[in-house]
Design a protein around this ligand. Structure first.
Ligand code: NIG
Ligand code: FE
Length: 409
């Protein structure tokens, strides 16, 4: 079996599965040996050069090696961007007002339905490619701009196809419960019926998704409706996730605990009981401070309260054309630090191992440890504080996916 070795590194910075939330291991002068796409050894470079003299060398260019970012909440399958809504918000209209007037998600739905599979593949391909350029090697990606059986299936197939074209792991989520589409506005029960009786069974049958997500929000899906949908999804083997307590405190976190969701995401308005319930039920909070920033809202999710309660957090971009249009996980760590007072080490932990937990992939992803996938991002920084500190930048000099160099600057 051919061996590779990443040499000439400054060192590695990584969470470890046997250490607590927020703790990073920093080891200088080590090299990384890769075999069959997995990490085989991490040890001082001189030792490894002696032990594996024939390994193919990959130049680490004196960078620090981090685990590739895992982005556990993205919406990359859409037909057109919505910059006009961005301008409307700057001029004073809120995200909720724009949505109520038929904009927002429903705007994207109308456009996606008119767009072919091939066109969507092309659009999604370049967007996903950009995650890699910023050092992200795994994304969770949702459907949710189709909202009909045919268009949701189309969106999930687009994800599957794009995953076969690019060296990135895409973990798919069915988000048919993202909005009530135009044609069901006056008969929402009929849409919930369609979700439960046709869409979920079909998605499960075709194995097109791992998770089922619901936008639990005022004027979207109530807690009761969300519960119905997620229980049905579980019956078909889809693991629940939720958009919870983002714009209004409905009790989405408590619901996430009740249905044993893998994660509850957003949580700006989470209650103290919600925090306790999530802790009890081991639900990972996925925080999306880029969304709060981009919507220009004053209040961020109470990250410190969650951490104090013993909840390990995860961070994600929420990449989508409406409420958060960036693929840059480094920038998300900056916003987490400055706006939620998350410490830099905690933010980097949350963007790697925490994020891997939020998509149930922490056994194979999210840290540089022997046996895990060799998904490695080399950042040209003097130390790890620089990732959130020198903000808005792309520090990546190389990205390895399962040991293969896939980005080189
Ligand atoms: O996570 N909240 C619902 N879904 C997205 C927004 C999608 C959109 O505006 O297109 C979110 O913020
Ligand atoms: Fe989202």
């Amino acid at each position: 079996m051919s061996l590779k070795m990443v040499v000439n590194l400054q060192g590695i910075v990584t969470p470890r599965s046997d250490r607590p939330f927020g703790e990073l291991e920093v080891r200088e002068g080590v090299a990384i040996v890769v075999e069959a796409g997995k990490i085989k050894a991490i040890a001082p470079e001189e030792e490894l050069l002696k032990q594996f003299p024939d390994a193919e060398r990959i130049d680490g260019e004196k960078c620090w090696a981090f685990p590739g970012f895992v982005d556990p909440h993205t919406h990359p399958v859409f037909a057109k961007t919505r910059e006009e809504e961005f301008e409307m918000r700057i001029e004073g209209r809120s995200y909720e007002e724009i949505a109520a007037a038929g904009g927002g998600i429903r705007n994207s739905v109308r456009a996606l339905r008119k767009t072919s599979f091939d066109e969507l593949v092309e659009l999604t391909y370049w967007r996903v490619r950009e995650f890699l350029d910023y050092g992200t090697t795994t994304i969770e990606a949702k459907s949710g701009y189709g909202l009909s059986l045919e268009d949701e299936i189309k969106s999930l197939r687009v994800l599957k196809h794009v995953a076969s074209l690019l060296p990135i792991t895409i973990v798919p989520t069915f988000l048919g419960a993202h909005e009530i589409p135009d044609e069901y506005r006056s008969r929402r029960e009929a849409y919930i019926d369609l979700l439960i009786k046709e869409m979920i069974p079909r998605v499960a049958e075709e194995k097109l998704a791992v998770f089922c997500d619901v936008f639990t929000e005022k004027d979207v899906f109530s807690v009761k409706e969300s519960e119905q949908i997620l229980i049905a999804a579980k019956d078909y083997g889809l693991i629940p996730k939720l958009h919870a307590d983002e714009l209004s405190p409905l009790g989405g976190a408590e619901l996430a605990a009740r249905v044993r969701a893998i994660s509850a995401d957003h949580l700006v308005q989470i209650s103290d009981q919600g925090i306790l319930a999530m802790k009890e039920a081991d639900v990972i909070p996925v925080l999306l401070p880029g969304t709060t920033f981009f919507l220009g809202k004053p209040q961020y999710a109470p990250a410190r309260k969650m951490i104090a309660a013993g909840l390990p957090i995860a961070l994600a971009t929420d990449y989508n054309p409406g409420s958060s249009f960036t693929q840059n996980m480094s920038l998300i760590t900056s916003i987490a630090c400055t706006q939620m007072k998350v410490r830099p080490a905690e933010a980097l932990w949350a963007a790697t191992l925490g994020a891997a937990r939020a998509i149930a992939r922490d056994k194979e992803l999210g840290s540089l440890e022997v046996g895990k996938k060799a998904d490695i991002a080399l950042h040209r920084v003097p130390n790890y504080l620089y990732i959130p500190y020198h903000y808005g930048m792309n520090h990546v000099c190389k990205v390895l996916k399962e040991g293969r160099v896939v980005v080189e600057k």
